[in-house]
Write a protein that binds this ligand. Sequence first.
Ligand SMILES: [Cu+2]
Length: 500
Amino acid sequence: MLNRRAFVTAGAASLATIGAGVRTVAQGAAVTRRSVRGMTANDPDLAALRRAVAAMKALPRTDARNWIRFADIHRNFCPHGNWYFLPWHRAYLAAFERICQELSGKRDFALPYWNWTQDREFPAAFAAGDRSSNPLNHARPGVARGLRLAEDMVGQAVISRILNSPDFEAFGSTRPRGQDSTAASWQRRLGSKTEFEFNPHDGIHQAIGGNMSVVDLSSRDPIFFLHHANVDRLWTAWNRRGNANSPDPMWRDFVFNRNFIDPDGSPWNVGVSDLGEPAALGYRYDDDSGPFAADLVMPSGDLMTEKLRAYRRLDPRALAAAGAGLRRIDLPSGGAIQVAVAENEQVASRDRPIGISLPFGRALGDIVGPQAFAFRPDARKYRRYVWAVLRDIEPPLDVTTRVRVFANCQELSPRTRLDHPSYATSISFFGGEHAAHASAAERSFGSASVYVDLTPTLARMEHPRGLRADRVTVQLLPTCANGEPNVSNIRPRRVEVVIL
Ligand SMILES: [Cu+2]
């Protein structure tokens, strides 16, 4: 097994060459993105951001840096629900930061980030004054109601689950289903969202409301850039923990052509392989000290990586046709994954949870071994995962709905607490309207689906009893402030449980 650290430190020295062939304004030292939390109203970076946003808003529509035209880049090109989500938004923020450097006159301007895990309330500098006096002010119904982000959306437990994701697609959403080339048409096809995207990312868009809750308009609200800077910062945190970005050529070789602009308004074409590491783009975060594993290729033969990739490439129709019960799929390396599938007709709505049962025919401990979920130092070798995949979800009409996911809870009710051992995660739905407007070609690739890691839940539930459960029952409980019950209706057409 190769030593990761050795790879990682070597990477730092060669960063300067990563951007070769790509236009970049990064010269000399990288600018440092800082948390908005410690900033006074007159902080030089906040003041520069106000100047730059005011300037962009004042530019004529003929200028590509005009505020609305720059926001339209997101509307026209942003990928959500697939593995280009993170690199695309990293490039969009880098383009924005460079335009701000140019238009504010502060050459070392660095985009602040909103660390919502620490700061549950809305950043004051963005709510101060009104829209005529403060270019960062914007109409935000969720903030007007008194925003306070919930523990199950941004709490440390959520971030820990996200940072423990076993590979890039489990961390930053999965490849589009059926992808077989790096043609630009794959950029917005749907894969599956994983927790980073469907919980804090989507949840905050919806909690703020107004433009932020609509994909096509969200980057018209200046807070968009601080929200995404924190998403981007967590990506660097995941790399810093020794996790490599996807080695898959379909990911690395993808190029965003004529999506972005340089500070002078001319096109900036950039490939995913040039977006794996912030320093190559001229910035860093104040809390990152490296080393990074962004360009580390995972040693081949990592069994978990192989299992995850094999599962993501299965044809869901073939799985469904196989009928009920657990199916074993042998891998070339000698490992195996096991999958159970259930079609679902039940609709969950506010205060009316549903449970979808997937029987295994024997005890979980007999399938994975009694120590499979134990957190031991050499865990990677023995570790097993159980994921639930909710496919083809019809999203709720009220976009503020969140769906709580439990597994094997004997007493689930609307009052079941989020510290109950059976609780797994909560799902938000940002971009549901996008799916509805998708072209026929896009829709043929399915509507939204999400991957939920049930491993920690099952470890908590089953550990003292020796993994005796012979099934997983996936339970969905929508929550919504709207009193009308039907607007929170949600139905996944199919549920899969995969044991890796
Ligand atoms: Cu976003």
